[in-house]
Design a protein around this ligand. Structure first.
Ligand code: SAM
Length: 310
């Protein structure tokens, strides 16, 4: 079996299996060994690590990861790639290939089954069509993950890093920066892939914080608020929040909280920092708890109506 990561090795495998690229799965295979080395080095993978690779393709980066990691669990959605992976990874007994959609995988269970519940390092050349859902799910499911090093579309890497007041700032920026410290590893031109993507690519490492940089009473509530604030970008935060189903925050409550923070009531979500969102969530959450408590004391249960989404 050829060492993958080169154009000739990749073509040999594709030919042997008569494999046809599936655009719908975001298949762009790496054909530049220098880049793969760089990714594995940046992820600081060693024999104590169990790596979760999302979308191994024909097993290109998997071969490199298997040489450095203790174990690799590779999750691939395309059934046609499974027999190819059995072949290209036959010399690596520390690799387990799972045929599944990563968005439907319970990563907590995967870690129990394959890594004694200890955290994975995620290393992947991600399928670009679902980069954001994958990352949001990895973060929000509170799966045991210590570190993420991934190839993404350059535009998405930018979104992960920017702060308020820029057009790229949004829910993804805030989620990434709440859970991790983003760090660009390399920009990768289209020639390093087969077929060539029509966008630029960037490798980014997200070092997971042990403790997030801001405190919040209820993390899901904070992120429901953030999503609602960015849902209708051209609307004010107050309008976005009142229209968000399940959040349970009225326009008046949102306006009062902004005033307490000394912010204008017509401010847009894109102007708030992570710290300000956490503070706003704290004030709104406090108000909701107070409403639930007083309705309980009255015994009318009406306060429960306010609890949607928390
Ligand atoms: N790792 C390989 C490489 O670098 O050459 C392939 C990377 S390619 C950009 C993305 C891979 O993710 C493809 O193999 C594709 O079939 C797979 N994929 C797409 N959607 C997926 C999903 N929902 N779950 C798991 N794998 C997926």
């Amino acid at each position: 079996m050829p060492r993958l990561g080169t154009l000739s090795g990749t073509l040999e495998v594709l030919e042997k299996y008569q494999f046809h690229f599936q655009k719908k799965f975001g298949q762009n295979f790496l054909i530049e060994p220098g880049i793969i080395d760089k990714i594995v080095r940046a992820a600081e993978v060693d024999r104590t690590d169990c790596v979760l690779e999302i979308g191994p393709g024909i097993g290109t980066m998997t071969q490199y990861l298997a040489e450095s990691a203790g174990k690799v669990i590779a999750v691939e959605i395309d059934r046609a790639l499974i027999p190819i992976l059995e072949d290209t990874l036959s010399e690596h007994s520390n690799v387990t290939v799972l045929h599944a959609d990563i968005l439907k995988v319970d990563v907590n269970r995967l870690s129990q089954e394959h890594n004694g519940g200890r955290p994975f390092k995620v290393v992947a050349n991600l399928p670009y069509y679902i980069t954001t859902p994958i990352l949001m799910q990895l973060f929000e499911s509170h799966a045991p993950i210590s570190d993420i090093t991934v190839m993404v579309q350059t535009e998405v890497a930018t979104r992960m890093q920017v702060g308020p007041g820029t057009k790229d700032y949004g829910a993804l920026s805030l989620a990434v920066q709440y859970y991790s410290k983003p760090e660009i590893v390399a920009h990768v031109p289209p020639e390093c892939f087969l077929p060539r993507p029509n966008v630029g690519s960037t490798v980014i490492r997200l070092r997971r914080y042990e403790k997030p940089p801001v405190e919040t009473a209820d993390v899901p509530f904070l992120f429901s608020l953030i999503r609602a604030s960015f849902n209708q970008r051209r609307k004010t935060l107050v309008n976005g929040v009142q229209n968000a189903a399940g959040l349970g925050v009225s326009k008046e409550e949102a306006a009062a909280a902004l005033e307490r923070m000394g912010l204008p009531v017509n401010i847009r979500g894109e102007a708030l920092t992570l710290e300000q969102f956490a503070q706003l969530a704290g004030l709104l959450y406090e108000g909701k708890e107070r409403a639930v408590r007083s309705s309980r004391m009255r015994g009318d249960g009406s306060g429960n109506d306010q609890s949607g989404g928390i």
